[in-house]
Design a protein around this ligand. Structure first.
Ligand code: UDP
Ligand code: MG
Length: 334
């Protein structure tokens, strides 16, 4: 928990957004001032090669104590940049949004309202999403897979206009794996989550910073952060191939008994059946190795086994937060 920190931290990852930054900073400050609670705006420069770092440092000097600049030495990707912002944040409530003004800063108060109702994570669903068909399709696939793998919790994992309580962000910072997909990680540490609908605008300037390759990378980050199931799939595929091979062998044997040796092309088909069985066995072997690799991966990642949100009955307790509502220990497996 934070001491003497502001109430609100707004974290924005920035990668080559020189055309949007002035308007973004202006709008964010306006909205944050209207909330009338202490806040900080954290702009994380993700190794931009344009004037973004310069604009950020100017904003820091012009709004001392309100705007914080975090500069990464090179481009690490949106989620890594947001994590860097989390590390620097001190607020009780943390809001993330994109720098390209697709997520209107005017929606921030709505997110805070929702958090104050006692939710740990507030996601958002983009109304009339203003993106290309290709992006919408890839988001659709992502949302469907995540919903299948984690049970339907949220409907739009791609929208980064979200808010989190401090303890969820602290828990995320305890995860030291390189590849992270923040919305899913956050949900695994949240007790109550909700979603609100938000406006979504066209990118005001510049192009999307996600090339096809970056998108593919993101999908892999998402998948590996969520599950080691694909490794197990190898065993399943192997078993299916082997069983098919055995079935084929039995079929050949039968046919051979009925129609004689000429029917099975002098044993060539039998070779196929044997081959199938061995290929299957190899897959099963790889799958078994995968099981061990999956376990090594989970241990190396060293996510906290569980996250205690609050302990009651030991000295001073925090006043006035939703955590007060809890009357037992919450243990979450990562
Ligand atoms: N971004 C980043 N590093 C990257 C790519 C993107 O910090 O390597 C930031 C970018 O500046 C923006 C946000 O992440 O603030 C979302 O990027 P973008 O708008 O290009 O993605 P899209 O809207 O196409 O999903
Ligand atoms: Mg965008």
């Amino acid at each position: 928990m934070t001491k003497n920190g502001p109430y609100l931290s707004v974290v924005v990852p920035v990668y080559n957004e020189q055309e949007n930054l002035d308007e973004l900073i202006c709008k964010c400050l306006l909205v944050c001032n209207s909330i009338e609670r202490p806040y900080e705006l954290i702009l994380v420069d993700d190794g931009s090669r344009d004037r973004s770092p310069e604009i950020i440092s100017n904003a820091v000097f012009e709004n001392q104590g309100k705007v914080i600049g975090v500069f990464l030495n090179r481009n690490y990707g949106q989620h890594a940049a947001v994590m860097a912002g989390f590390e620097e944040s001190k607020g009780e409530v943390i809001v993330t949004l994109d720098a390209d003004l697709q997520n209107p800063p005017e929606e921030i108060p709505k997110l805070i309202n929702e958090i104050e109702k006692g939710f740990d994570v507030v996601g958002s669903v983009r109304l009339n999403r203003a993106d290309t068909i290709f992006r919408k399709l890839s988001s659709f696939l992502v949302n469907k897979t995540v919903q299948k793998a984690t049970g339907v919790m949220m409907h739009d994992y791609g929208c980064m206009l979200r808010s989190y309580r401090r303890h969820v962000v602290d828990a995320m910072l305890m995860c030291h794996e390189r590849s992270t997909f923040i919305p899913i990680l956050a949900n695994s540490f949240a007790r109550n989550t909700t979603e609100i609908e938000v406006r979504h605008d066209k990118r005001s300037n510049g192009k999307s910073k996600y090339s096809l390759w970056k998108l593919v990378n993101l999908q892999f980050d998402l998948m590996t952060s969520m599950t080691t199931f694909p490794l197990r799939l190898l065993s399943v595929i192997g078993a299916v191939i082997s069983i098919t091979g055995m079935g084929f062998g039995a079929f050949l044997f039968l046919m051979r008994l009925i129609y004689g040796p000429r029917w099975s092309a002098q044993g060539v088909f039998t070779l196929f059946a044997i081959l199938f069985i061995f290929i299957g066995a190899q897959f099963i072997g790889m799958g078994l190795m995968g099981e061990y690799i999956g376990r090594i991966y989970k241990d190396v990642r060293a996510r906290p086994r569980y996250f205690v949100q609050q302990v009651l009955g030991r000295g001073i307790q925090k006043q006035g937060s939703s955590l007060e509502l809890l009357n037992n220990k919450s243990r979450r497996s990562a």
